[in-house]
Design a protein around this ligand. Sequence first.
Ligand code: PXG
Length: 441
Amino acid sequence: MSVDSRRVNDLESYWMPFTANRQFKAAPRMLVAAKGMHYTTHDGRTVLDGTAGLWCVNAGHGREPIVEAIRRQAGVMDFAPPFQVGHPQAFELASKVGDLLPGDLNRVFFTNSGSEAVDTALKIAIAYHRMRGEASRTRLIGRERGYHGVGFGGISVGGISPNRKHFGAMLPGVDHLPHTHDPMRNAFTRGQPEHGADKADALEAIIALHDPSTIAAVIVEPMAGSTGVLIPPRGYLERLRAICDRHGILLIFDEVITGFGRLGSAFATNLFGVVPDMVTMAKGLTNGAVPMGAVAVRQGIYDTFMDKSETPIELFHGYTYSAHPLACAAGMATLELYEREGLFARAAELSPAWEAMVHGLRNLPHVTDIRNLGLVAGIELEPRSGAPGARAFEAFTKAYEAGLLIRVTGDIIALSPPLIIETAQMDEIAETLISVLRSID
Ligand code: PXG
């Protein structure tokens, strides 16, 4: 056997992200094709996609208009440098993104991922205050159980201990709000929980401790996705907004998951009627087909840089692949497809059936809480004693074998199907979860 042919089946070279590499390589799960609501596995099985890939394939897989746009763009212009030259689709896509957002959140900076969007937003926040003559505002406030990607900025404001503890001191001058998860009072809530708006008041205490003159921005996911679908209590986001306003602090919504119809509206900011100063996004921007992220900022922030910059270049920040032509082509085709098929409204229309389906799982073994909003659901399981995460991981592998892709985080199952899901497929998700949860101990 030649060296080359042996290496084809070598699983060792690829260091897999956020994966139990040793476990995976002992029993690999390979996906080789995707269409509509389904993946095909390497051994020819069909798997229903209960997670829209990883919260990103909102229009379903392999959609022809997106595929065609990427194919066409690759033939016309593969790459254009983003610095000091431009290409038309970048401008067009930025306008289209701005049109989806409320108010004057209409200036858009492109990145290649959610992590980069977060780091970009944090940098803009600090630089903005400096431009305005308040250079002392450098502190950043995140939240426990927040996920903002894996850059040093993102893990610093993030609130997930394993993502932080191995990586040294991270950014200085960061503080954290308490998370809002309160299963004692809010278990089995449909939609926004009743209790917990007062958790926002912790921001006043943090501000009092550090003084507002030192704080640049607060960043939160309007609905925390990665740490298990934590839906904002009624009034909570409003209160954060009011406190930030009172103290001249920028509010950033990280909408990498909640953007592009996931909650039944374009963005969470549209749904909740609370308008932040910046919105980070990625994932659904291109339907997951080409990596891309973005930060939308309020026009006044952009104008401050344009008005006050003492150098021709107003922001010393950007990526080789900012507004990559293939990503822009995919983004334009994706946003047109969402619009043509009314997918954000479809998510809203389906959400009562989705809510009924997931709450129908309430009496299954191990279930301690179920929560939902739009086309998202979290199903929290009782952890096995001494083995946190083991029960949910077993549910994940069993569901996969039974033909359903779910996502688990700790002992929480997170569901977020493509917005093209049919009600019969919701029933299929329920049936599979019923048999899986009954089959594990
Ligand atoms: N912010 C939020 C709110 C996210 O959900 C990121 C930033 C980072 O995006 P990139 O593109 O750099 O990965 C994310 C990513 C999960 C899971 O299990 C979710 C994400 C990533 C990995 C796992 O729910 N979201």
